[in-house]
Ligand binder design. Sequence first.
Ligand code: FEO
Length: 395
Amino acid sequence: MVKVVLKEGINWVGVVDWNIKDFHGYNTNRGSTYNAYLIQDEKTALIDTVKNTFANELISHVNELTSFDKIDYIIVNHVEMDHSSSLPIVAKLAKNAKIISSERGKEALIKHYGADFNIVETVKTGDEIKVGKRTLRFLEAPMLHWPDSMFTYLVEDKILMPNDAFGQHLASSERFDDEVDQHVLMEEASMYYANILMPFAPLITRKIQEVVDLKIPIGMIAPSHGVIWRKDPMKIVNAYLKWSAMESKNKVVIIFDTMWHSTDTMARAIADGIISQGVETKLYKLRSYAISEAITEVLDAKAVLVGSPTLNNQMFPTLSSFLTYATGLKPKGKLWGFFGSYGWGGGAVKGMIEMAKKAGFEVYEPGVEVKYVPDEQDLKKCFDFGQQIAQKIKL
Ligand code: FEO
């Protein structure tokens, strides 16, 4: 392995997963990485492990730098299996290592890997481990991403290792932020935030404030996925503050599906109405785009319009999936509108409105419904609907 040095004595020993396209349902078109770090001082600490399919690669990376019996600590910042499923293998090799996690991490490790993990030692916010001239300080970060999550801060090196937070699903031969295309980097960072961390927006704002209050300087952020923020770590911190505040712009995203193009035609007429007001819009037909791509567009949109044909008195299944996903991710402060076509009984628009209201979304009513195929009058209704939504968000 070509050495990846964060600072002298601190190496990346993770793996690149070039070919993962489906990360538990989230389309990771650019792959991902599982980052682990080795700190070599008077003592040696391994920060996180990797997905078990790549355990051998992690082992080989570590073996190039040290032998496993020299590892004194394995720090488990997060138990989700992309970071811990090779731990049982690694722990057997690192016979002298203490395994360190949060209290809830220990509970999760035992549930995942059995009672052997009763030996785990737990830490809480503010606890420190000296590994020589370096100090590891821990900061619990529940729900970023799971209840067990914690950050490890390397005090003297000013490096924050926050596991999932500030990550990106981005496979690359480069390991640092200043080495990759900035547009691609931020696109993946925003998609990652929208699909993984959006429901925890208030916690993120509070956690960042907590870090600011602790007055710990951040020289580098080394997350568990994607590249390491060494040139401009505040770029991603500021982006998280913006996304967590749900800052949005005059943009309407239209997410729909269609059977015989009636709902598609409606979506296009609605888009014309929006554009006529000088407001940006984007159309996402599900089955052409993944739900994870569509939800990312919601992040900075002021309004979301969802269109579905009626199938057997219900909304189309792709829209049902999208709305289930969206209501779980809880995008705050958006205006939602609904439209769709039907043949006889209808039901899609009504069902979608009910679902959105139940989730606490602000719904613009009434929606627009068209029987069979939209005629001139129907298309005018759609155009007007788009205009009204655009005018409302511009206020
Ligand atoms: Fe990357 Fe929550 O695991």
